[in-house]
Every structure is written in C-alpha cells, then in structure tokens.
Design a protein around this ligand. Structure first.
Ligand code: FE2
Length: 148
C-alpha cells in the first residue's frame, strides 16, 4: 500500500481495494472496545483540546466530515510526524497517505456498517459510536507516531 506506484498497472486498483479493505477494517475494529471511555485520554486528549478547543468541538467536526460522505467511505483521525491532528475522509476502500500520516481512529461509513441497526440514520450511528471508541488504542498509536 505504501509502494503502490511500483505495482503493475493492471493489478494496482484491485490490490489497493483489497488491501485497503483489510487495513481499514482492522483499524476500525481496533478503534472500538466494549469498555469504551467517555472521552480521549493521555497525550491525544491534550492534542485534541489544543487543536479543537474541546472534545465536543472535535466530535462535531468529525461528525460533519462523516455526514458529508456521499456513497461509501471512511472518516479518519490522522496525525503527522509533528503530532498535528487532521480529520479526513476517504472514498470506497481508500487509505490516507501512509507516507505522510499515521491513522489513529477510523469510522466505517459504508452503508453496511449502520444499515441493520440504524437504517439510514447515519447521524445516530456516528453519535453512538463515541460510546465504543477505544481511546487507549488511539492514544498509543499517537504516542508511537510522536516517537517515530
Ligand atoms: Fe465495512
């Protein structure tokens, strides 16, 4: 995935679609726990408050991004090597540029992720997802990217 330009052109999009599907869902599962905290912890909590003023404002921006996806995609919290946070969307099974940033959290915005429980109420799915977020995992990834 990080060297996709070297893949033969005729298999590149197929490989990226499948690898992205695995990578994205792995992080999605690891972004959640049945024992979620109310809110961010550790160094990541400090960075969120510094950059977004509050966790509530961060959540609003994350939701705005997720609601803006048309079709299938993902909403991510990523960090660069300086610890700067960004919320980004990708379409289909695309992954953010892993040469430039470390993904910390990701939310699946494919319809299959919410349809059975929430039908078309994507907003409710997003709001309830916060109850499951594994902030310890996201903070551990954040601290790793800061020391890399
Ligand atoms: Fe999915």
């Amino acid at each position: 995935m990080t060297e996709s330009a070297q893949l033969p052109a005729e298999i590149r999009s197929g490989v990226l679609n499948n690898a992205g599907g695995v990578y994205n869902h792995n992080l999605y599962w690891n972004s959640m726990t049945p024992h979620g905290h109310c809110c961010p912890v550790g160094t990541l909590a400090q960075a969120i408050n510094r950059q977004y003023s509050s966790f509530a404002m961060f959540q609003q921006q994350f939701k705005n991004n997720a609601m803006a996806i048309t079709g299938s995609g993902w909403t991510w919290l990523i960090a660069d090597g300086d610890g700067e946070l960004t919320i980004v969307n990708t379409a289909n099974q695309q992954v953010p540029d892993l040469q430039q940033a470390v993904p910390l959290l990701v939310l699946d915005i494919w319809e299959h992720a919410h349809y059975l429980q929430y039908r078309y109420n994507r907003e409710r799915y997003i709001e309830n997802w916060w109850n499951l977020v594994n902030w310890n995992h996201a903070d551990a990834l954040y601290r790793q990217c800061m020391t890399a």
